[in-house]
Design a protein around this ligand. Structure first.
Ligand code: SF4
Ligand code: SF4
Ligand code: FES
Length: 230
């Protein structure tokens, strides 16, 4: 700890502890001696593993966020949630129809949405969650896929939903259906796959496999790009 670092009180699972001001919830938990094995991943707001709920003093609301992105405040009440139990359907994407019938069969609870918008309010990705749920209810798979595209599967919407659905799993199914059935076929991808199957790149791949780490690094840094990185 730096000498000038200021400590603030927070409550972790009911116990008062002092943690450095400006810490994220993850850092505060670790500072207080908790070893996190579940409910933590990238620490950068991308993996969705660290969903958490908390309360602020004097505020009746139960708030939620990503523990690696939410900064502690004095008097905050914290409790880490390592996992959200949620309904996840098993399916073979090749046997499904890209329409409302699939959701009626696999995620019928989605149709119980009461349009309270609680899911949208808690989403750390600022996704219009209720809107993509409503797109599913209308059978607009493309809209549901696009609307849920930035979901990181943190589970916070599911924790708060009074209709007890797993929005993020239904959104994932919409994206899979969209990718499998509704997007334009990428002909250049299929052409490249055919070339690979015919062995066009076998020799080049063999050379790469035989290179040392240093040679690989050199080849990588000296490669010609056909696009500009900005
Ligand atoms: S839609 Fe739900 S699971 Fe996805 S990021 Fe938002 S709150 Fe998390
Ligand atoms: S929290 Fe549940 S019931 Fe409320 S709008 Fe979202 S999906 Fe619908
Ligand atoms: S640890 Fe990955 S989003 Fe927080």
């Amino acid at each position: 700890m730096e000498p000038e670092e200021k400590l603030i009180p927070v409550y972790i699972i009911g116990e008062k502890v002092l943690v450095p001001e400006g810490s994220t919830i993850i850092d505060a938990l670790e500072y207080a001696g908790f070893q996190l094995k579940r409910g933590i991943g990238c620490r950068e707001g991308f993996c969705g593993a660290c969903a958490t709920v908390y309360r602020l003093p004097g505020d009746f609301k139960l708030l939620g966020g990503l523990a690696c992105q939410t900064v502690v405040e004095p008097g905050m009440y914290l409790a880490q949630i390592p996992f959200t139990p949620a309904q996840k359907a098993l399916y073979n994407i090749d046997e499904l129809n890209p329409d409302i019938s699939t959701f009626l069969k696999l995620y019928p609870e989605v149709f119980r949405c009461v349009s309270c918008n609680t899911c949208t309010k808690i989403c750390p990705q600022e996704i219009e969650v209720m809107d993509y749920v409503n797109a599913i209810i209308r059978g607009d798979i493309a809209e549901a896929a696009n609307g849920s595209f930035e979901c990181i599967m943190c589970g916070l919407c599911t924790m708060r939903c009074p209709a007890e659905m797993a929005q993020y799993n239904a959104g994932l199914l919409a994206r899979r259906l969209f990718g499998r059935y509704l997007t334009t076929r990428s002909d250049h991808l299929f052409a490249r796959l055919k070339e690979m199957e015919e062995g066009k790149f076998d020799e080049e791949m063999k050379k790469l496999m035989e290179m040392s780490e240093e040679e690989l690094k050199k080849k990588y840094t000296e490669r010609k790009l056909d696009f500009k990185i900005t």
